[in-house]
Design a binder for this molecule. Structure first.
Ligand SMILES: Nc1ncnc2c1ncn2[C@@H]1O[C@H](COP(=O)(O)OP(=O)(O)OP(=O)(O)O)[C@@H](O)[C@H]1O
Ligand SMILES: [Mg+2]
Length: 320
């Protein structure tokens, strides 16, 4: 029951725990109760994300390079540094007082740049932030936008920004590096550079009703012309031991383990969250495959060794 309560807001986890309870009732021969619980579970609607903003139809032409994402994670699913928590709470409060601030003739911070290595929470945070704001999240596929735009008119980009101006939303430019790279391209790609520059000018001029968020793996090498267009730059770093401990506590909250995963912090340093997530899942799956209810230390140690092997091999490929 405690696990069920703890899974509040996370639909998949809630279902898994509920199924477990039903199975247990069946085993105890409480068939009527089990059947009735299963029926309630089947008819229950998944929790709606709290998108409060009314949705306006998205311009059809932009459908190829923009996608609406339904948030499935909330703030309990992400580990953030104290600094980033402070930044996001500040932005949230500013957004809630946006009307008053604007009436005083001041601008509201609404353009954010997320920097950091792969798998450290840039995309996840955009999703959680949108869900906390109660705004829909739209992901712009920049590579497609850039290529669709080549040789055409500026219409697509204009439509995109007209949309962000009128629709309160979080407009997320993933892999923003594509833009920076295209900007740096020399030679025959004059047309491409012109396109990219005009996209940057749009970002400059837009006053979104929600937020424009861009994410990149680059930081130092990013062009200063790009930095200064953003009201706030947020770094997502690889977790230190303290953050890894928080991640493990969160990840194993509803999982039976017979050891303290935090005894392995030293072996886990240097990994990105996405890698930690993968190795935790591998350890949990090992228990499932063995039909065990409890994850053993051996499962975890083996998963760490697998991840280490994978990292060693892939980094060799990356540097080759
Ligand atoms: N800060 C975090 N707290 C908890 N889990 C995280 C965090 N960061 C990443 N994860 C886990 O790793 C997965 C991948 O993270 P995410 O897609 O946000 O990385 P990213 O920074 O956007 O990487 P990329 O640069 O490759 O796009 C998440 O779905 C989540 O499972
Ligand atoms: Mg990402």
């Amino acid at each position: 029951m405690k696990k069920l309560f703890a899974s509040r807001g996370r639909d998949e986890e809630f279902r898994a725990v509920a199924e477990q309870i039903i199975d247990e009732e069946e085993k105890k021969n409480n068939r009527v109760l089990a059947r009735s619980l299963r029926r309630s579970l089947e008819t229950a609607q998944p929790a709606r994300p709290k998108a409060l903003a009314p949705l306006i139809p998205f311009p059809e032409a932009a459908g190829d390079f923009i996608e609406r994402i339904e948030p499935t994670h909330n703030r309990q699913d992400i580990v953030l540094s104290a600094e980033n928590v402070r930044i996001f709470l500040g932005l949230l409060r500013e957004f809630q007082s946006a009307e008053t601030i604007r009436r005083r003739g001041l601008s509201v911070r609404s353009k954010l740049l997320f920097c950091g290595p792969p798998g450290c929470g840039k995309t996840l945070c955009a999703e959680v932030f949108a869900s906390e704001l109660g705004l829909p999240l739209y992901i712009v596929k920049l590579d497609r936008l850039i290529s669709s735009y080549l040789g055409e008119t500026a219409t697509n980009v204009r439509k995109l920004f007209e949309f962000a101006r009128t629709q309160p939303c979080v407009l997320f430019f993933d892999e923003f590096d594509a833009l920076a790279r295209a900007r740096g391209d020399d030679g025959e790609h004059n047309e491409l550079r012109r396109v990219v520059n005009s996209l940057l000018i749009f970002i400059d001029r837009i006053q979104p009703r929600g937020f424009v968020v861009a994410a990149t793996n680059l930081d130092q090498s990013l062009d200063p012309a790009i930095w200064r267009r953003f009201d706030e730059v947020v770094w997502f770093d690889r977790p230190d031991k303290g953050m890894i401990a928080r991640f493990l506590k969160m990840r194993f909250k509803n999982v039976a383990v017979d050891f303290d995963p935090r005894a392995h912090l030293a072996a886990l340093e240097g990994y990105a969250y996405a890698e930690l997530e993968r190795l935790c899942i591998q350890a949990i799956k090992a228990a499932i495959i063995d039909k065990r209810k409890t994850v053993l230390e051996g499962d975890f140690v083996e998963a760490i060794a697998d991840e280490r092997r994978r990292k060693r091999r892939t980094s060799r490929i990356a540097t080759a």
